[in-house]
Design a protein around this ligand. Structure first.
Ligand SMILES: C=C(O[C@H]1C=CC=C(C(=O)O)[C@@H]1O)C(=O)O
Length: 355
């Protein structure tokens, strides 16, 4: 069998769609290589393949299982992969900083007016990448972020996206499901010695409550963990695990509709926060804060099909020798615009480190 990355290069040379991905804390790298350049869509979550869905709208792209070949390989993670911290906030950022801080202020005002409890404000940052090489960058991504879902997705009619996300949207195996409530951000890597402030704890509890409340009539036997700290590169977040059973009269599609877009990427209540985002952010989120992953995939030796979907965070779109990075921050009544800007700068380094 030829080398996995030679297969990737061949697919790239033929300008055909593909996706490469590695799940959190796993060493298996998987590729779905589509046989033609059609654009396929998933409509009802009954399809099989790899789905790539935008933040807004229902056009979920699909690399169908029956129109692609699946490859896998084992990767070895080098133990001390040293990641240099890079200075990112510069004078050039003054306009973006001002724009973003104003957006945060508007969000805080919306909360004060009672329009919503929480909203996620985001921005786009463009970095020149004249010598971009997909395989080199993807290899760094999987080395730097072993605990993330790392992916590289390409379609000649849509473009190239890459990311390393800490947020799982939904894992479903027949009727059993798992999801997480994620919120709060701190710089650091010591998960045992982190002190979360009441503001962050409260922000995360709101997310857990939202998920439980909204899944109530679609699921049963729901179990909830205590909140704990999750490491995502140089950042830490609070998460709560939630699992249970999807009711007989509900299905995967119903559960995804409840969860997406999650309060970690949109806000609460969902529709009002979404309307604020669409009206006030000065760019189109496109696939950032959408979701992606395997849909109804049967593993080699097992008979059950599984879906495993992630939220498209800490990601970038490569076009015309530029990397478009996307970064967002959860805004609550206690947010401070300058601090939220700094948090967005820290989050942007997740992708900048691999470029
Ligand atoms: C929206 C993003 O992060 C979300 C996920 C975790 C923590 C978040 C926060 O603390 O604001 C965000 O809700 C992003 O990284 O672009």
């Amino acid at each position: 069998m030829i080398d996995f990355f030679i297969k990737v290069k061949q697919q790239e040379a033929q300008d055909l769609p593909f996706v490469l991905f590695k799940k959190p804390n796993k060493k298996k790298l998987v590729g779905f290589f589509q046989n033609n350049d059609h654009l396929y869509f998933a409509e009802n979550f009954k399809e099989r393949g790899f789905v790539f869905a935008p933040f807004d709208g229902n056009q979920m792209l699909l690399i169908p299982k029956e129109e692609s070949v699946r490859w896998e390989t084992k990767i070895s993670l080098s133990k001390d992969f040293s990641v240099n911290d890079i200075e990112v906030a510069s004078e050039d950022d003054v306009d973006s900083k001002q724009y973003f801080e104003n957006l945060v202020r508007k969000g805080i005002q919306g909360i004060a007016n009672g329009d919503f409890h929480k909203v996620v404000a985001s921005r786009e940052e463009v970095v020149a990448v004249p010598d971009f090489d997909l395989v080199t960058v993807f290899k760094k991504l999987i080395q730097y972020y072993p605990s993330a879902f790392c992916y590289c997705w390409y379609h000649p009619k849509i473009g190239l996206w890459m990311g390393a996300t800490p947020e799982r949207l939904l894992k479903a195996n027949k009727k059993r499901f798992y999801t997480m409530a994620l919120a709060g951000t701190k710089i650091g890597d010591d998960i045992d010695n982190v002190e979360w402030k009441p503001k962050e704890k409260e922000e995360q509890q709101i997310v857990t409550d939202f998920i439980l409340e909204n899944l109530k009539d679609k699921t049963s036997e729901v179990a909830v963990s205590s909140p704990y700290t999750l490491k995502a590169g140089k950042l830490l977040h609070i998460i709560t695990d939630i699992e249970g059973v999807i009711n007989k009269n509900s299905n995967l599609s119903d559960v995804v509709k409840v969860l997406h877009p999650t309060p970690a990427v949109c806000g609460l209540p969902k529709e009002k926060a979404k309307a604020f985002i669409l009206a006030n952010e000065n760019y189109d989120r496109s696939y950032y804060t959408g979701f992606l992953g395997e849909l109804n995939i049967k593993e080699f030796d097992k008979h059950q099909s599984k879906s495993d979907l992630y939220v498209n965070l800490r990601c970038m779109n490569i076009k015309n020798k530029e990397a478009h990075l996307y970064i967002g921050c959860g805004i609550t009544k206690d947010s401070v615009p300058e601090k939220e800007w700094k948090e967005s700068v820290n989050k942007a380094t997740t992708m900048k480190r691999v470029l």
